[in-house]
Design a protein around this ligand. Structure first.
Ligand code: JAH
Length: 277
């Protein structure tokens, strides 16, 4: 005889520390599933273990139908290299995409992935990354799924890779660290190299105060937090102007202090003069 249901304590869930289901599901499809092994490590691996995200990696060849498990064919119109077949990708994605999935395709021809995009993706319930190889995936695959799903072709920078896998790893790490409860210290999410204002961060130092003759800037040891803060904001802006002048006109002025705004006007004038030469 079983005990009455009301007296039976509920079964502990798979992760009793995080009883809610993962905030996000991520599926990756690739012909090199081992390339995605780093997802078992470090930040993403820990987030998976805590049940904050579920990640599955699939082998595209599981959706081939021929003896040789063929995933590519020669390009229409000729040219070098091979193109990944739409029919194989179609079967893989029909099975992998949920109704609310966002399909992400790494390609050198995609929208450049940045922190803003990472923040947007962190709100999606389901990401599916389709990693191509060779000369890429038959263009009709992205076209087809645009009729039923959100589809984003993305690039992690202006260089050519041998396939989308490493770009997928980059995107996943940037997104997963933004999910609630993934980072131990949520302050470090905003206080880092692409902050609210969009400047680079000030240089950082730790002990010893002199290393190989190089001294830590005096102000940082002053104990004057207001002065330190002011110095860091100035350094942040100077560094941005020097290393990433392209970021200067994208800055979020509302998140700059009055002093930063004045310095910005000065740095912009200086770069205008340089640009004229
Ligand atoms: C190369 C499929 N960050 C740019 C980027 C992204 C993807 C690829 N290359 C560069 C790529 C070959 C096949 C994707």
């Amino acid at each position: 005889m079983t005990s009455p249901a009301s007296a039976t304590p509920p079964e502990p869930r798979e992760s009793s520390m995080h009883p809610e289901r993962p905030a996000m599901r991520i599926d990756v499809v690739s012909i090199f599933p081992e390339y995605l092994k780093p997802l078992e490590l470090s930040l993403v691996g820990k987030a998976r273990n805590k049940g904050l995200v579920s990640v599955a990696v699939h082998n595209l060849r599981d959706w081939t139908t021929d003896r040789h498990r063929t995933v590519d064919d020669t390009p229409y119109g000729g040219g070098a290299g091979m193109v990944m077949k739409a029919d194989v990708w179609g079967r893989a994605l029909d099975e992998t995409l949920s109704d609310d999935a966002h399909l992400l395709i790494p390609t050198p021809a995609g929208r450049v992935f940045d922190q803003r995009m990472a923040e947007e993706l962190a709100s999606d319930p389901h990401l599916v990354l389709a990693c191509g190889r060779y000369e890429g995936i038959d263009s009709r695959v992205a076209q087809h799924y645009q009729n039923s799903h959100r589809v984003t072709e993305f690039s992690i920078g202006d260089y050519v890779l041998n396939g989308g896998e490493s770009a997928a790893l980059v995107l996943i790490e940037a997104v997963v660290r933004l999910l609630p409860e993934v980072l131990g210290n949520p302050e470090s999410v905003v206080d880092e190299s692409h902050n609210r204002a969009g400047t680079l961060e000030a240089p950082m130092y730790t002990k010893p105060s002199v290393w190989r003759g190089l001294e830590v800037p005096e102000v940082l040891a002053s104990g004057n937090h207001a002065l330190v803060d002011q110095w860091r904001k100035e350094q942040a802006l100077r560094r941005t102007a020097q290393i990433r002048p392209d970021l200067l006109h994208k800055l979020n002025v509302e998140h700059l202090s009055v002093q930063q705004q004045e310095l910005l006007a000065q740095l912009r004038q200086e770069s205008e003069v340089e640009g004229e030469n």
